[in-house]
Write a protein that binds this ligand. Sequence first.
Ligand code: NAG
Length: 819
Amino acid sequence: MHCCVSGLWSLCCLLLTLPPITRASQDCIPRKSIPYQNGNIKVFREEGYTNYTTMLLREDQGLLLLGAREAIYALDLDDISRRKSSVYWKVPEEKRKECTHKGRLEETECRNYIRTLHKQLGDDVYVCGTNAFSPTCDVLKYEGGQLKLEGKLEEGKGKCPFDPFQRYSSVMVDGDLYSATSINFLGSEPVVLRSSHTSLRTEFKSSWLNEPNFIYMDVVQESEDNAEGDDDKVYLFFSESAVEYDFYSKLLVSRVARVCKGDQGGQRTLQKKWTSFLKARVDCSVLEPSLPFVVQDVFLLRAPKWKDSVFYGVFTPQSGSSAVSAVCAFSVQAISEVFSKGKYKTPITVETSHVKWVMYSGEVPVPRPGACINNAARKLNMQRSLDLPDNTLQFVRDRPLMNEAVTALGGQPQLVKGGAQLTRIAVDRVRALDSQLYDVMFIGTENGCLLKAVNYDGEMFIVEELQLFNPPEPVKTLRLSAAKGQLYAGSESSAVQVPVSECGRYKSCVDCLLARDPYCGWDRLASRCALVSSGDLLAHTSLIQSVRHGNASQCTNSMRVQQPQNYTLVPGNNIKLVCHPGSNLAQVHWQFNGHHLPGPSSTSNPGSKYYFYSEGLLVFNVSAADVGEYTCRSLERANGQQYALTEAVYRLQLGVVRNPRGRGAGEGTNSTQTPQPSVPNPKTSPVDRNLVPSLPAPRTEERALVALQVAVGLLAALLVALLVWNLYRGHIPLPGRGAGVAKPRGVEGSRLQGAMVDNSTHRQVPFQAKVLPEEKSQVDGSSCQPLVDNYRSLTNGEPTPSPCVPLDGFKYIDDESEI
Ligand SMILES: *[C@@H]1O[C@H](CO)[C@@H](O)[C@H](O)[C@H]1NC(C)=O
């Protein structure tokens, strides 16, 4: 009973501790979407091997060491598709039998998953694998271009998980391995362990670790230049069941914990245990009512001065309490202050048996519990943790949790993103032409995409999204070599490599500057978007850039001249004019013989001549009146300015009347093969069959009108169905999502291709146009994200699509039903 009462009470408290409920959350749209084939992706995989999820960068040797299931590879860091050597580490038959006898699955669990790869003090690498639920470690050598395992087969308990599906983390510091994992077969006994001559571990108490999920560990050299004579610290990020709230069900919270490198345990109390294990909650809250977000991955961005270093973390909502993921940054200094100056929480017993954690307001012993041995302790003649008094040790043993939570830099997330959940992160600090440093975030997603994002003074901006894996798979590992300017990502079926930037993707000065990519600037002499390498700033006098503001007004001749494409019309046919703007943030305008086409609001009128949708423009039932020039222009607004680009020009003229059905399957079929959205063979498309009989050759205007009404009605039904399906799947309600907008817009390099079958200048276009949402699979994520419909936002009088959209501003259902 007390559970319910105090549960409610704590829920109130919990909600109070969360930020006030506001509707200011934002969801960001990547400016560019780059499909897999344009991504310049190098791939490594070996037939028969899977789970490429452990990576060690050896920049000193020019190698990427890649741990997979039962294999370790040495790959060329410049091109990981080039394998230099490999070594295989299988589970002996006997061990496998043992594993299956204990009830584990032979094909998945009773294998050896390489989980630990750390550089040791010399050149060697310490490697551990799950080894059929019997974790084992070894030493890996790379000599004469060959990988070799020494065959030491050390006990790996506590260094590497038993269970390959369990998250764990470890780090090698001065030759000592720090690991956070389960130490038993059942995976029920978590430890944070240092394996060295003075091994230390955590107490097995729920106040220390409560069903934790270990995420990330790293060391910060805080002893450098430290006025207090403080020690280096090893930080650990994890999530666990909260002890401080008793919620109606298990509630997860994200934590950061830390230990001191010089810790040697206590003399009597906390013997062989950490005397410096302290933890605090980390908050990354999106400003909407939701339960605390759960940390999924962390990256330590190291600065020359440790105080300037920053942890970047990816957070996702727990159990469907929200629909967005977030990235938050935590400065090492802020974390350090919570531990060195904050108050502690203490358990109190209420109502006979129930324990509640509240702020401790009594006297705190000296030296401060959990502090490293520093100048203050040394003054008290305590040189090692072994010298610490019992009252200090007992205090920290019983109260490892800090009262204060660590709050995110800037008080809000660096990025908020709907759609597929974010999984992994790496961050590069880049000096732009304005000589400022910018943190460029690279974020892997559940559907195999890589986002590149920057937070400009609180403004979230996603430069691009790139599809890393085809077919889509969750990004399980992400590593950055800042020196090489390369990113390495691992998934279950392969490892891939992409450069941090590809400025050549931006074709015009406006495109280059509006991209706001700190790596890229427009070279006015060479007329191309080029890499800004921080080394030789003098050589960059011809480069321009505007990352902070996205101001492209410095671009002089930004005109991109588009050659018109000529086409011949067959009267009575429908025709599709493709136009993909280079940016998802651009609006699209169509002109016909210099006049503005009315835009999509007219699509609500069933008799409309035109249909505007994500792939371009459809003209129904063409006649002599439709002859002329059609121009597709994109308008992108940035920093209060509007930039116009001509994306495509079509010149249509009238041809002979032919029976469209007779030819549709002939020439028209080509189009089904083009990668871009195109017109399928009417005979094979079930939905087209519905459209075909009514649309192709209407005899009277009345019939045409009825046909159009039927077609548009059908369309509306389909679109609504797609929308409902999208919502049902929990895809994020992006504004305007659904109306055949399954393909990302602004797909780079795809302009001017598509519907017209080929680009020869005079060609009849006999086939039936299809106005259908893309197939389900595409909505599902074979491309990164379905995005806003530029057309819609144009004519509803809404502002230009902006990179971040307030989550509550959706009127999409109204919009869709208007079609
Ligand atoms: C390893 O990859 C296989 C194949 O994709 C997958 O079924 C399995 O779940 C993966 N194992 C782990 C531990 O992730």
